[in-house]
Design a protein around this ligand. Structure first.
Ligand code: NAP
Length: 294
């Protein structure tokens, strides 16, 4: 059973070592699923404001808007590529060796860059992991990706990756993790900690807004804690997820005000008592079969 370590103090926020890569990466990044559905100018402005505020870990995927998210990011990071820790993902259906090599080239072209900082298998599909990993190795040798990881992988899948690729892999596992979905804490997070892999929390605000509604019991807990810090409930939520030292969060925000709010989480420090209160209000629940994903 995984037990969180004592609170990670705020001076540990901001930048963290990204798994086995030895790279220092912004703990709070920017997701981009559906970002292409917003007006392009404001979405690009939001991403660039995020970079200004240190949200330099940008997450995308060939799946998002069938490449439109990557094309929009290209405009946001133009002239600023070196500031960014850029992550994209190959779809499982493309994850044969040849398919992964081709998908990566297409992502690089859409993103207007010559390299990805990390390339992920979006979720496990029918292609063998040997093939996908062989492609990741070839892309690494060619300097087209600087590291690789996985997404939505449960422990048996992670064990397979480690058996094929050896120590130091995967660099990360990107998984569903928010206050109302803490399943990864039972086994996936401990596996990643034991193997030095980063954990990247996707959909960190959850699939409903009840946690942030001060009329609900859970929402009241967040609101009260937030008030004591002149913070917001969403900042408290992100800060709670980041109490694990290997954790990164990638909230998606196309609204610049949301970006500013999310970035300010870096300055928020919660006491052990406050973390324990959130823990009690949003219980982890019992271990279940299978890894939740959306
Ligand atoms: P999310 O980041 O938890 O939530 C996004 C929603 O929250 C948007 O509607 C956004 O609104 C809003 N929001 C952001 N900051 C806010 C704030 N401070 N106050 C109020 N609302 C705020 O959900 P997500 O997009 O599903 O997940 C984040 C990222 O994880 C994705 O974008 C994607 O990059 C990644 N992801 C990966 C997988 C996977 O299978 N690997 C699956 C899902 C997601 P605005 O846009 O209007 O600002």
């Amino acid at each position: 059973m995984y037990t969180p370590t004592s609170a990670v103090k705020s001076n540990a926020l901001g930048w963290r070592t990204f798994g086995n890569t030895r790279r220092r990466v912004a703990a709070i990044g920017q997701g981009t699923w559906n970002i292409e559905q917003s007006a392009a100018d404001s979405a690009i402005a939001a991403l660039r404001r995020g970079l200004d505020l240190g949200l330099t870990h940008i997450d995308t995927a060939e799946m998002y808007g069938s490449g439109a998210s990557e094309s929009l990011i290209a405009k946001a990071i133009a002239g600023r590529r070196d500031e960014v820790f850029l992550v994209s993902k190959v779809l499982p259906g493309n994850a044969s060796k040849r398919g992964t090599l081709a998908a990566c080239e297409q992502s690089l072209a859409r993103l207007g860059t010559d390299r990805l900082d990390c390339y992920l298998l979006h979720w496990r599909g029918a292609h063998s992991l040997q093939e996908t990993i062989a492609a990741f190795d070839a892309l690494t040798r060619a300097g087209k990706i600087l590291s690789w990881g996985v997404s939505n992988f449960d422990v048996p899948d992670l064990d397979e990756v480690a058996a094929i690729a050896g120590p130091g892999h995967p660099a990360c596992n990107q998984v569903l993790y928010h206050l109302q979905e803490r399943a990864i804490e039972h086994a996936v997070l401990p596996w990643c900690r034991a193997h030095g892999a980063a954990v990247v929390a996707y959909t960190p605000f959850g699939q409903s807004t009840t946690a942030f509604d001060a009329r609900t019991k859970q929402g009241r807990v967040l609101a009260e804690i937030a008030k004591g810090h002149e913070a917001t409930a969403r900042q408290v939520a992100l800060r709670f997820l980041l109490r694990h030292p290997e954790m990164f969060v990638i909230p998606k925000a196309s609204d610049v005000g949301h970006v500013v709010e999310n970035a300010a989480t870096n300055a928020l420090e919660l006491s052990d008592a406050e973390l324990a209160r959130i823990d009690a209000a949003f219980p982890r629940g019992k271990p279940r079969r299978g890894l939740p994903m959306i």
